[in-house]
Design a protein. Structure first.
Length: 416
């Protein structure tokens, strides 16, 4: 069918598609739908298949029109999009539909596309790769940090000491010791020694025991989050619920297995390899930052929204049911999101320029490794990923890795 359409480009990444479908074409679709409904519809007082068209339109006209438009508009959009050679990166958003009996159907839809990028120099870029010597001391520090991450917090029977944790209720007092109404913070968890409420606050709580109350006077730190309190005196009645301490796991084979290694030697070897690879990761990061910094273009709104929605979702998971300020999170993560999207689009454009593609063998190999880790048949992994759309994402990740490797191979690497 011949379509009349126009395409405008209000932004480099946005296309507005305005379509006109001749009234005769859409009327043909409506007539077919009316005929189908007449055959199937049962209305009291009329034999099946003999309902007058006027009655059918009066009772079900809006429903039939909606069904036809819902079915046909995507077809019209796809046809116009293909004829206009538009390759969208998101689902079209229909902004307006105009249709009256006997008149042309008019549809306006917005589609987002990858913005055109005029590539600048990306080969022979100078980047520094640092030489790092991995020592036993380095490995030991990483093991200690790993034990800290997997430490348990356990109750202490005796008095609180430096670096112990307290679970306590904090009642704010005025200078004369009278509780300030509305200024009670219940269930506060903090570590003695962090000086969150000032050095004096922590020192006065050393020696406190569970179920004990203690008045504490302090001076808020100069960098306290509430600026009107920074550097001011503070007075508290602290009701201690629990005294706790961090219990580090024993560094042995059992701990190594818990964190995913075969044994302690395997864990140490993994840490060593990770440290040896760090200079390469840092070099790649610097190289990509250098490339991205040379470009200034708007990123598509849908890509930015997807990234920030994910950031909000992750923040909500970390909050564990507590309220979060979604708008503040979006503002905080927006610069990083823009950089990440620019990086993706630039690497994609370089991949196109250099004709870098993912082979079937490369994709199969990645799926086999995923299946092995998940102890699932590779065919099941492939079907699952194809159904949920993750297969395309994996292929995109492999291609991006190949583009980055291409850039590294064509970089001017200086070793220091």
């Amino acid at each position: 069918m011949n379509l009349n359409f126009t395409v405008s480009e209000p932004k480099p990444w946005k296309r507005v598609l305005e379509i006109e479908v001749p009234s005769a074409s859409i009327q043909t679709e409506l007539d077919e739908a009316y005929g189908r409904y007449r055959k199937e519809m049962r209305i009291p007082g009329f034999r099946q298949g003999k309902v007058p068209l006027s009655v059918l339109k009066a009772r079900f006209g809006n429903e039939i029109r909606a069904e036809v438009l819902e079915r046909k508009i995507p077809e019209y959009l796809n046809q116009a999009r293909e004829e206009a050679d538009i390759d969208p990166i998101s689902q079209p958003v229909i902004e307006d539909i105009s249709f009256d009996d006997g008149k042309d159907l008019k549809v306006r839809a917005v589609l987002e596309v990858k913005p055109p990028i005029e590539l600048k120099q990306y080969k022979d870029l100078r980047v520094i790769r640092k030489v790092v010597e991995v020592t036993d001391e380095n490995i030991a520090r990483s093991l200690d940090a790993l034990r800290e991450r997997y430490a348990n917090i356990v109750r202490v029977d005796g008095a609180a000491e430096q670096d112990h944790f307290l679970m306590a209720d904090l009642q704010h007092l005025d200078s004369s010791g009278v509780p300030i109404i509305g200024r009670k913070e219940e269930g506060q968890f903090f570590q003695i020694g962090t000086e969150r409420l000032g050095e004096a606050f922590d020192k006065q709580l050393i020696g406190v025991k569970a179920d004990e109350e203690r008045r504490v006077d302090t001076v808020y730190p100069d960098d306290y989050a509430e600026e009107d309190l920074a550097g001011q005196q503070g007075h508290f009645l602290v009701k201690v619920r629990d005294v706790l301490e961090k219990q580090l796991p024993i560094l042995d084979d059992a701990f190594a297995v818990d964190v995913g290694a075969e044994d302690l030697d395997d864990l140490k070897q993994s840490i060593k390899e990770e440290m040896e690879q760090e200079p390469d990761r840092e070099m790649r990061t610097k190289l990509l930052e250098q490339i991205v910094a040379d470009y200034d273009f708007e990123v598509p709104e849908s890509m930015l929204k997807t990234y920030l929605d994910q950031s909000v979702s992750e923040a909500r998971s970390r909050a564990r049911g507590q309220e979060i300020d979604e708008e503040a999170i979006r503002q905080e993560y927006r610069p990083a999101a823009v950089d990440q999207i620019k990086r993706y689009l630039l690497l994609d454009a370089i991949g196109d320029e250099e004709q870098i593609e993912v082979t079937k063998e490369e994709l199969d190999g990645r799926l086999e490794r995923i299946a092995e880790r998940g102890q699932m048949p590779v065919d099941q992994i492939r079907r699952t990923f194809r159904d949920n759309g993750r297969l395309e994402r994996i292929e995109s990740d492999i291609r991006e890795e190949k583009v980055v490797e291409f850039l590294v191979q064509h970089a001017d690497i200086q070793v220091e």
